[in-house]
Design a binder for this molecule. Structure first.
Ligand code: GMT
Length: 375
């Protein structure tokens, strides 16, 4: 099967899922073509079954905004024709499913139409997609897809609530390749904390929806009761809030490490004791699953699909969105009880194994086959 994957190339969750899925398919012998504006962050382009097609947006002084969606649909059309693809898989309604629909219209003119699968990841439904500027185009492109998948039950419910969807939505959860999280001998806790200190960690793109100010507040409360350090990984608009917090709390500067974007994330996750995810919205919470794969329990909000991943009292604890006090108390409780911490570390890993790539990949493959057969 020859599959075209359309995705954001960034470190964000949807790009990671699309890339990991494509690479796993390529490892199984499928020919996988990535179409995006840049090489996806984790893509192994040396794999002979992987192809990357960069969308070139021509700048022209007349354009106030560069027409990415037009260049994208032209590139999709060209790649389908050149490489004789069997199926397109768009990760995100805007712009990917929308541009794929346009490409399909062009392909129809050549009697060369192709099935389109759209995977909904969250922001396109719960945040951006609801804006009147995008809502109708999002709804239209979802309905024009030949198959629709969503990464959690919660996101499926939200999609059906916010949009008039005429087709079945199949939930195919996000996944993790646990083999990439093998025991790490090079992980050095001492680089980040003293032996008697616990390590809290937060990983995100520091957008307002991630509520990094609450991460900082939780840590401020926790370190008063438990000797600890906080690691923040990622970059984004709310880094300014972090800097402001440090200015207001200079005594905490030596206890908070800001690492920016990190490549071998799992090594740092493996030496952490607890992952903080107080998000306002999260369709799934891939970052929490990555933490669990590295034996790290999660203290989170109960937003969106997080409760489908983080199980209360088993793999961590959940509190209402914004309840910093509860999340602080849960973290203190967890970090002060070595037996509970070890139990939850074990449970977290077991939970990650349930979401293993080995279990989810066949579901994607079967869905592709059915979509092509029914086309
Ligand atoms: O929120 C992010 O960090 C990025 C965002 C994206 O659009 O790439 O992630 C969304 O998709 C991920 C993969 O399916 C999910 O794990 C995230 O929960 C989801 N983010 C939100 O719903 C806010």
């Amino acid at each position: 099967m020859k599959i075209g994957i359309l995705c954001y190339p960034t470190y964000g969750g949807s790009g990671i899922v699309a890339t990991e899925l494509g690479m796993s398919l390529a490892n199984k012998g499928y020919e996988v073509h990535f179409i995006s504006n840049a090489l996806p962050a984790r893509l192994d382009i040396t794999n002979p079954n992987i192809f990357f097609h960069r969308v070139n947006v021509q700048t022209y002084p007349l354009f106030q905004y560069q027409p990415y969606d037009i260049a994208l649909s032209s590139m999709i059309y060209r790649v389908v024709n050149l490489y004789k693809l069997d199926l397109l898989h768009a990760h995100y309604a805007i712009p990917y499913a929308y541009a794929a629909f346009t490409a399909k219209q062009m392909l129809k003119e050549d009697d060369n139409d192709i099935p389109l699968v759209t995977t909904l990841h969250g922001t396109d439904i719960t945040l951006v997609g609801q804006h009147p500027s995008y809502k109708h185009a999002v709804e239209f492109s979802i309905n024009q897809s030949d198959a629709i998948t969503s990464v959690s039950e919660s996101l499926k419910r939200d999609t059906l609530q916010f949009f008039k969807i005429k087709k079945e939505i199949q939930v195919i959860t996000n996944f993790i390749d646990n083999s990439e999280f093998d025991e790490c001998n090079e992980c050095q806790r001492t680089q980040f904390a003293n032996p008697d200190e616990k390590i809290l960690i937060h990983v995100s793109n520091l957008r307002p929806v991630k509520r990094v100010d609450e991460v900082l507040q939780i840590f401020k409360n926790v370190q008063k009761k438990v000797k600890s350090k906080l690691i923040i990984i990622g970059e984004g608009p709310d880094m300014e809030k972090v800097n402001q917090f440090l200015e207001e709390n200079p005594d905490l500067i030596s206890k908070i490490r800001l690492l920016g974007k990190v490549n071998d994330l799992y090594r740092i996750l493996q030496l952490s004791d607890v992952f903080l995810l107080p998000s306002e919205q999260e369709s799934f919470g891939l970052a929490a699953l990555e933490a669990m794969a590295a034996n790290t329990p999660v203290i989170s909000s109960n937003a969106g699909g997080i409760p489908e991943v983080n199980i209360q009292g088993e793999t961590g604890f959940l509190a209402e969105i914004g309840n910093v006090e509860a999340m602080s108390n849960y973290t203190i409780k967890l970090l002060s009880n070595e037996e509970l911490l070890n139990e939850m570390k074990k449970n977290a890993k077991e939970q990650a194994i349930k979401f293993d790539l080995k279990n989810i990949l066949p579901i994607y493959e079967a869905m592709y086959r059915t979509t092509i057969e029914n086309f």
